[in-house]
Design a protein around this ligand. Structure first.
Ligand code: C2E
Ligand code: CA
Ligand code: CA
Ligand code: CA
Length: 275
């Protein structure tokens, strides 16, 4: 029951309470999801453009809810961020992905997405170091993908954590490049190793000269800054041919493979110790 303006208790406010209850139940489910074994990681291949062969995978978090089925990360990651659950989930994905990568060919990279919220404390680089050591993976094989939101605050804390990670030998990729307001200015404030061209530009490649010009610009910018460029969301041979001609170094998309569970990748995964 809530108190109204005059101090009397009202029994309920149906619309708001219903919404709140759904949200609270969702949060409670997410909180329990790790323990219940509902969280998993799927892996999407990353391709080297020159050889058109797989050179790594991106780890993508998955939640199989007992009644809702697969919940999109676009739906549950923001809730995990609001509630602080992202720290536990993020560490879980990091440890699993690195452990899995230990069973792949030595030159394969593994990309893990980081949320801005994970940069708040001062413990992120220590967690990454510990996960690398536990899996026995060399730091150069780990690519951390961050979006503009990480740099939006541009606190001393965030930049110092990024530099610590860089000193570890981990590579840093700027995800969803070109979708934010300040993508260009962030390239000056941190030496990224990779620019990931957002899939919206790739999708529009065939619809007119504008997207083509933007993609061309991003790729030449990346090349002149000594960065690799990965195009996301490549779905057709025409897109592949176009991006290859423009000099894009890496690609990802349904044309090469959808995200799949580790067991379907065809590598002898190291697996996780039972936890
Ligand atoms: P993202 O990092 O930009 O990941 C790319 C998304 O595009 C993935 O969606 C992937 O499945 C999808 N995708 C890949 N190739 C294609 C394609 O050819 N066509 C189309 N239409 N889509 C393609 P997903 O797995 O649903 O993830 C959505 C977002 O959720 C990710 O975007 C990322 O921002 C976030 N996310 C996923 N896993 C994690 C995680 O472990 N931690 C954090 N912090 N965020 C995560
Ligand atoms: Ca990503
Ligand atoms: Ca992306
Ligand atoms: Ca995204």
């Amino acid at each position: 029951a809530k108190a109204d303006g005059k101090g009397r208790a009202r029994l309920f406010e149906p619309a708001m309470d219903a919404h709140l209850l759904v949200r609270k139940a969702f949060e409670a489910d997410l909180r329990a999801a790790l323990q219940r074994g509902e969280i998993s990681v799927h892996y999407q291949p990353l391709l080297d453009t020159a050889t058109r062969s797989i050179c790594g995978y991106e780890a993508l978090m998955r939640w199989q809810h007992p009644t809702r089925g697969w919940v999109s990360p676009a739906e549950f990651i923001p809730v995990a961020e609001d509630t602080g659950l992202i720290d536990a989930l993020g560490e879980w994905v990091m440890r699993h992905a690195l452990q899995e990568a230990a069973g792949w060919p030595d030159h394969f990279t593994v990309a893990v997405n980081l949320s801005a919220v994970q940069f708040r404390g001062a413990t992120l680089s220590r967690m990454v170091m510990s996960a690398l050591a536990a899996a026995g993976i060399s730091p150069g094989r780990l690519h951390l993908e961050i979006t503009e939101s990480v740099l939006l605050a541009a606190s001393e804390q965030t930049l110092s954590t990024l530099h610590q990670l860089k000193e570890l030998g981990v590579r840093i990729a700027m995800d969803d490049f070109g979708t934010g307001y300040s993508s260009l200015s962030y390239l000056r404030c941190f030496p990224f190793d990779t620019i990931k061209i957002d899939q919206s530009f790739v999708r529009d490649l065939s619809t007119g000269p504008e997207a083509l010009s933007v993609v061309q610009l991003i790729i030449s910018l990346g090349a002149s800054l000594g960065m690799e460029t990965t195009a996301e969301g490549v779905e057709t041979e025409a897109q592949y041919a176009c991006l290859q001609a423009l000099g894009c170094t890496h690609m990802q998309g349904y044309l090469f493979g959808r995200p799949k569970p580790a067991s379907e990748l065809g590598h002898v995964g190291a697996g996780m110790p039972q936890d």
